[in-house]
Design a protein around this ligand. Structure first.
Ligand code: FE
Length: 311
């Protein structure tokens, strides 16, 4: 039997008390957010007539999510991280900020502290016999197309098993394998010498995949490479490229694919001269355009907890 109690004084008082909405102590913003989210949840319980069994299944799910360390993965999988990008894109549009390489989600697998090299970095530390050599190179430019010197391009990606160093459940990768950072010279160019990644799936027994199964969704991403790009007087860019031809490019469980972020993959030879593991290799040219600071500030810099290799 469906009942509606949300609007009652008793429930409204309960919500205010739980968030300490009228109280002097506590953080005003946190109280505002908790009051709103709790209110929306209570209202949904009424509207959908959620049962106690459903509520306790949900509460227990949060325990598993925390135990598995997958809250940020779930945020990507449920489109929350994409939603933040949509909002930042809309803010840019409202502020008439156009151009620049499109942003897309950071995801939860960045590790701070990658060594920075000048111009070119070889980032495949560990052997990976199932992965062929890949060169990713391009030029970092500013809003008027001018090359940016001393920009730092940082990238990270998975190996041929779909695992990232630092987060590899098999424990077989070195620190910073397939992670690197390059500082551009006067011509604004950067180059990574690495190995071709494959897509990855959520841990099959983790909380994220558990929920996706209930929703009838898969938890897989197409092969991709993440980037941070920073330069003085420009806003930090967080983005990714997809590996052209991957069948999941438009079926990414984390919704990170964007039209302008699928550069061509070109077959090349001459890899031995570059120190690659084979003469035949793939090359991706990914040119990166940054946008200017707004009133001297990066108005869309995202601070979030990030892993570090020492932790
Ligand atoms: Fe990724």
């Amino acid at each position: 039997m469906s009942v509606q109690v949300f609007e009652t004084q008793e429930v409204q008082n309960l919500l205010k008390a739980a968030a300490n909405a009228g109280g002097e102590s506590g953080d005003a913003r946190a109280k505002q957010i908790v009051h709103r989210l709790l209110s929306d949840l209570f209202k949904a319980i009424d509207d959908l007539d959620m049962t106690p069994d459903e509520i306790w299944a949900g509460v227990n799910y949060f325990n598993k999510l925390g135990q598995d360390g997958e809250a940020a993965l779930l945020a990507a999988g449920l489109g929350l991280e994409k939603y933040l990008d949509i909002r930042m894109d809309a803010e840019d549009k409202a502020a008439a900020i156009a151009g620049g390489t499109p942003r897309t989600i950071e995801g939860p697998l960045f590790v701070t502290g990658t060594p920075v090299r000048d111009g070119v970095a070889r980032i495949d530390v560990d052997e990976d016999e199932d992965a062929g050599p890949l060169v990713i190179r391009g030029t970092v430019t500013g809003p008027d197309g001018e090359p940016i010197a001393n920009a730092v391009v940082e990238c990270w990606h998975a190996n041929s098993k779909g695992f990232y160093s630092h987060f590899d459940p098999t424990g077989t990768q070195s620190d910073f394998n397939l992670r690197g950072a390059v500082r551009t010279g006067a011509d604004g160019t950067y180059e990574f010498r690495t190995l071709m990644p494959v897509g990855y799936g959520c841990p099959p027994h983790g909380a994220t995949q558990q929920l996706l199964n209930v929703l009838g969704r898969h938890g897989n991403r197409p092969a991709h490479v993440h980037f941070f790009v920073i330069a003085d007087q420009h806003r930090k860019l967080t983005t990714q490229i997809n590996i052209e031809g991957d069948p999941l490019i438009w079926d990414d469980f984390a919704y990170a694919t964007r039209e302008d972020l699928i550069p061509h993959v070109v077959d090349k030879t001459g890899g031995m001269e570059l120190g690659l593991k084979a003469d035949a290799y793939k090359e991706i040219e990914f040119n990166i355009a940054l946008t200017r600071l707004v009133d001297g500030k990066d108005n869309q810099l995202v601070n979030r907890p990030r892993a570090s290799a020492a932790a």
